[in-house]
Ligand binder design. Structure first.
Ligand code: GDP
Ligand code: MN
Length: 397
C-alpha cells in the first residue's frame, strides 16, 4: 500500500527527520489560508498523486501539455492560484501511464534553497532478505536512469538484521554522498531514523528523492515516497488509515473488500483459480498456448459462494476479458461451492464471453453436475493443458 508525499513527510517528522513545514489542501477555498500559515518567501505547490515524476509531468486539458505538478511560487496569492489550478485536474507523468491521475489534494510547502540534490532509498532486498540502503549523488533524477547510464554513482548495501542499523552504515552513506562537517552527523542520525521507521511500520520501500543539502548546509528530505506491506496492515492501524482508495485500481479495491487476492493485468483471459501456485501455473499455461491472462486471482482455500460470485463479477467487469477460465483444484475448497458461485454470478451479471471450467478434487462430480444442469453455456475441460487450449481457441474463434 502506497501513501502520499505529505503523509510520508508527516511520518518522517514524527521520527525527527528534517522536512519542511507544509499544509494539505483539498478545496481551492482553503489554499490561501494554508499558504498564509507558512513563512515563505518561496511557497512550493505540489500535486499529491501516488506517482513520481510530478515535476516533469503535464496536465491534461484545459491547457493540455502545460507543465508541472510541482511549482515554485513567490507569494501566498500565487501559491493559492496554483493550488486552485491543480485541484481536480489530471496529471500525467512517466509513472501514471497515459491516462494520468486526478489531483484531489495539493500540498503547499515552505520552499527550500537547494545546494545539492541526492538520492536515498531503503527497500527489502529479496536476494539477501534484508533491508538495503541505496544512495547516489545523482538526486532529483530517475534512479533507473542513473543505474543505466552511471551505475558507479550508486552505492547499495544491506543491513544485517541481527545488529540492525549501526552508525558506520550512516557514515558509509555520508562519505559516498560527499557530505562534510555537520552533515555527516545529520546523515548518521537520519539513516537511523529511516531504518527504525522502516522496521516499525512494516515498510516495503522508502524513497527520498531528492534528499537535499540546503543553502544553509543541512540535510533535508525534499520528497518522500513510501510503500507498506499490505499483509502487515492488520497491525498497522495508523498506516492503514492513510490509505487513499481513489488512487487504487477499482477492481483490485473491490477484490480486497472480499479478501480476494486479485491483481489486474492487461491480457484477455480472465482467470479464477484457487491457490497462488495454481494461479501462477494457470497464467503460465495460458501464455504457453498463445494468449495472456487478464488478471491473477486466487480465491483462496476457504472461499464462500458469495466470494466466488464477487470474484466472477470483478472478472466480467473487465472490458478486456474475451474469455474466462475457471481452474479449481478442490482440496479444502469444494468444487460444488465454486460451481454454485459461478452459476449464481452468471445468473446475476450474464455471460457474454466463452467460459471454460476445469474442476478437480473434492466434490468434483457434484460440482460438474451443478454446472451441467444449470443450463449455462460452459465448456468443460479435463486438465490444465486441455483447459488452456480450449479457452485460447474459444477466444481466437
Ligand atoms: P517529483 O517530480 O514527483 O519527484 O517531485 P519532487 O518533490 O521530487 O520535486 C521535483 C523537483 O522540484 C525537485 O527535484 C526539486 O528540484 C524541485 N523542488 C521541489 N521542492 C523544492 C523547493 O522547496 N525548493 C526548490 N528550489 N526546488 C524544489
Ligand atoms: Mn522526487
Amino acid at each position: 500500500m502506497n501513501i502520499h508525499e505529505y503523509q510520508a513527510k508527516s511520518l518522517l517528522r514524527s521520527y525527527g527527520a528534517p522536512v519542511s513545514d507544509g499544509r494539505i489542501v483539498t478545496r481551492a477555498e482553503e489554499a490561501k489560508t494554508a499558504a498564509g500559515e507558512l513563512d515563505g518567501p518561496v511557497w512550493v505547490v505540489k500535486a499529491q498523486i501516488h506517482a513520481g515524476g510530478r515535476g516533469k509531468g503535464s496536465f491534461k486539458e484545459p491547457d493540455a501539455g502545460e507543465k508541472g505538478g510541482v511549482r515554485l511560487t513567490k507569494s501566498v496569492e500565487e501559491a493559492s492560484d496554483e493550488a486552485r489550478r491543480m485541484l481536480g485536474r489530471t496529471l500525467v507523468t512517466h509513472q501514471t501511464g497515459p491516462e494520468g491521475k486526478q489531483v484531489g489534494r495539493v500540498y503547499i510547502e515552505d520552499g527550500s534553497g537547494i545546494s545539492r540534490e541526492l538520492y536515498l532509498a531503503l527497500l527489502v532486498d529479496r536476494q539477501t532478505s534484508r533491508i538495503s540502503f541505496v544512495c547516489s549523488t545523482e538526486g532529483g533524477m530517475d534512479i533507473e536512469e542513473v543505474a543505466a547510464s552511471t551505475p558507479d554513482r550508486i552505492l547499495s548495501f544491506s543491513v544485517d538484521p541481527v545488529t540492525g542499523y549501526q552508525p558506520f552504515h550512516g557514515r558509509r552513506i555520508a562519505y559516498a554522498l560527499g557530505l562534510e562537517g555537520k552533515q555527516v552527523k545529520q546523515c548518521v542520525a537520519l539513516m537511523g531514523m529511516l531504518y527504525r521507521l522502516f522496521v516499525e511500520k512494516d515498510a516495503e520501500m522508502v524513497e527520498i528523492n531528492p534528499l537535499i543539502v540546503t543553502d544553509e548546509g543541512d540535510l533535508k528530505c525534499l520528497d518522500a515516497k513510501m510503500g507498506f506491506d499490505g499483509n502487515a496492515l492488520y497491525r498497522q492501524q495508523e498506516i492503514a488509515s492513510l490509505r487513499d482508495e481513489s488512487e487504487e485500481d477499482a477492481k483490485e479495491l473491490q477484490a480486497s473488500k472480499y479478501d480476494l487476492n486479485y491483481i489486474a493485468l492487461d491480457g484477455e483471459i480472465g482467470c479464477m483459480v484457487n491457490g497462488a501456485g495454481l494461479a501462477m501455473a494457470t497464467m503460465d499455461i495460458i501464455k504457453l498456448y498463445g494468449s495472456a491472462p487478464a488478471n491473477f486471482l486466487d480465491v483462496g482455500g476457504s472461499a464462500t459462494k458469495e466470494k466466488v460470485t464477487e470474484a466472477f463479477k470483478i472478472i466480467t467487469s473487465d472490458k478486456n476479458v474475451k474469455g474466462i477460465l475457471v481452474n479449481i483444484f478442490g482440496g479444502i475448497m469444494r468444487c460444488d461451492v465454486i460451481a454454485e458461485g459461478v452459476v449464481a454470478a452468471v445468473k446475476e451479471v450474464g455471460l457474454e464471453v466463452p467460459l471454460v471450467v476445469r474442476l478437480e478434487g473434492t466434490n468434483v462430480e457434484k460440482g460438474k453436475e451443478i454446472i451441467k444442469t444449470s443450463g449455462l453455456n460452459v465448456i468443460a475441460a479435463d486438465d490444465l493443458a486441455d483447459a488452456a487450449d480450449k479457452v485460447v481457441k474459444a477466444v481466437n474463434g
